[in-house]
Design a protein around this ligand. Structure first.
Ligand SMILES: NC(=O)c1ccc[n+]([C@@H]2O[C@H](COP(=O)([O-])OP(=O)(O)OC[C@H]3O[C@@H](n4cnc5c(N)ncnc54)[C@H](O)[C@@H]3O)[C@@H](O)[C@H]2O)c1
Ligand SMILES: N[C@@H](CCO)C(=O)O
Ligand code: NA
Length: 443
């Protein structure tokens, strides 16, 4: 129990139902218990756990048995529940449980990025209809205060870009490949051995987790509903040691980035572009120094300029910290008979397809070392309207092949892809060693 109780609270307790008691839920229970007095003082009313829905009650011996139930729906429906905290994950049955809770006027705190990115609109509508709160700071970048700054602190500004590392597992794998020169499979094995990667690492390594987070970030930043299906997604399983080495030779490093941009077409119409893919960024860029399982997000806004948020994006206690922060906020709102921010999706900007999104590529080729090769390769770029920013060609002693590295200026992604396909088919090109997008200015 903590010692700093400022004043007694007179208000009725805020009663909380917890759904799920795994990695995050266990830490939520611990913090609720250890900080009960402080939380009561901060909220202006005691915050009481009235029930915990779990799948297997006999697995939770350190939680008071009388709180446990396997019937999550009945717990949510209880008349004495004011707030539902959801840390089960996935779409169903959670979607139904949370829509029911919100429709009944119960506030919801959730860490569930997959559900928000898929069915966020439905949850917000249910919350609006009943006047309940929906908070989800833990869903993106774990402990890092990010969604509240975007939703509240920057509500008076115009956000133009959000770019970040929002998946700890993949950042750990890429950092390990960079540090040791190991291949992807080897680094993934190490991440699993250390407990970073989950038993099924697909959501992380194939970019689904980061894409869900990107959809949530874009929705808030651009006041537009963006779903996971709107996000262009590429994971890291195709990143090779050759890609990492190619980046290093250019003073760059490879990161899996979530990039949400406000873009304007030639006619002046605005749209949003949302993508997750590996990219080479300069070693001097602040995101390049984010190693291991950490997350960091760069935000650019018209008046605020550049902001960076950094910290632990995963783990039981860090994620529970964000859940508790939201719980305090919704409990305070209840005590004050008020509401937190609603969904803001009034801008309804269209989502620009990836093919039309402007990106820049780094292409590393193994070519025949003979006259005219550079001209043939350059002609393909020109044919597709892709402008070359830099070229480096190096012969190899006693070998008939040479290394040719091309870095492009920004061009529509579809034009860059067609360029790479055509270049790969040239008889003088022996192998496409590495193709990767480049992002970020030298700092
Ligand atoms: N672990 C992290 O680092 C982290 C970080 C950010 C967000 N999140 C999110 O938090 C949520 C929980 O993650 P976690 O790591 O604690 O997962 P977890 O698998 O450790 O815990 C989930 C728990 O929910 C239980 N459960 C499943 N179905 C249930 C049901 N119908 N009723 C009651 N209990 C049920 C499971 O038995 C399990 O104990 C997910 O949405 C996840 O994406 C996790
Ligand atoms: N699997 C996620 C957990 C946090 O959302 C990660 O590695 O970042
Ligand atoms: Na967060």
């Amino acid at each position: 129990m903590s010692s700093t109780v400022s004043k007694p609270t007179a208000a009725e307790p805020i009663k909380v139902a917890l759904l799920g008691c795994g990695t995050v839920g266990t830490e939520v229970v611990r913090l609720l218990h250890e900080q009960a007095d402080d939380l009561a003082a901060r909220v202006g009313a005691p915050v009481e756990l009235t029930g915990i829905a779990v799948r297997r009650p006999n697995k939770h011996r350190d939680v008071p048995a009388e709180l446990l139930t396997t019937d999550a729906a009945a717990l949510v429906a209880r008349a004495d529940v004011d707030v539902v905290v959801e840390v089960i994950g996935g779409i169903e049955p959670v979607r139904t449980l949370l829509v029911d809770a919100l429709s009944a006027g119960k506030s919801v705190v959730t860490a569930n990025k997959a559900l928000l990115a898929e069915n966020g609109g439905e949850l917000f509508t249910a919350a609006d209809d009943s006047g309940a709160d929906l908070y989800f700071e833990a869903a993106v970048a774990g402990a890092i205060p990010l969604l509240r700054p975007l939703r509240e602190s920057l509500a008076g500004d115009r956000i133009t870009r959000v770019m970040g590392i929002v998946n700890g597992t993949t950042n750990y794998i890429l950092s390990a490949m960079e540090a040791t020169g190991s291949g992807y499979a080897e680094a993934l094995e190490e991440a699993s051995r250390l407990g970073y990667a989950e038993a099924d690492p697909t959501a992380d390594v194939d970019g689904f987790d980061a894409a869900a987070k990107a959809a949530i970030l874009a929705s808030i930043a651009f006041h537009t509903r963006v779903t996971a299906a709107d996000v262009h997604r590429e994971g890291i399983s195709a990143v090779t040691a050759a890609d990492i080495a190619a980046a290093r030779s250019l003073g760059r490093t490879v990161k899996l980035l979530a990039i949400c941009e406000r873009v304007t077409d030639a006619g002046g119409d605005e749209a949003v572009s949302v993508r997750v893919h590996p990219a080479m960024i300069p070693k001097s860029h602040p995101l390049a120094g984010v190693g291991g399982a950490f997350n960091a997000v760069f935000v650019e806004a018209d008046a605020a300029g550049q902001l960076m948020f950094y910290g632990q994006g995963a783990g039981g206690a860090p994620t529970a910290s964000a859940v508790l922060g939201d719980l305090v906020a919704v409990a305070r709102n209840r005590v004050a008979s008020g509401r937190g921010p609603r969904e803001s999706a009034y801008a309804e900007l269209p989502v620009r397809p990836m093919g039309q999104t402007e990106t820049a590529y780094h292409i590393s080729l193994d070519v025949a070392d003979q006259p005219g090769v550079l001209t043939q390769v350059a002609a393909v770029f020109a044919e597709h309207g892709v402008s070359i920013a830099a070229v480096r060609q190096e012969g190899r002693d006693h070998e008939p092949s040479a290394s040719l590295v091309v870095v492009t200026h920004a061009a529509p992604d579809a034009a860059l892809r067609s360029t790479v396909d055509k270049v790969a088919g040239l008889p003088v090109v022996r192998e496409v060693v590495s193709v990767m997008r480049v992002e970020g200015e030298e700092q």
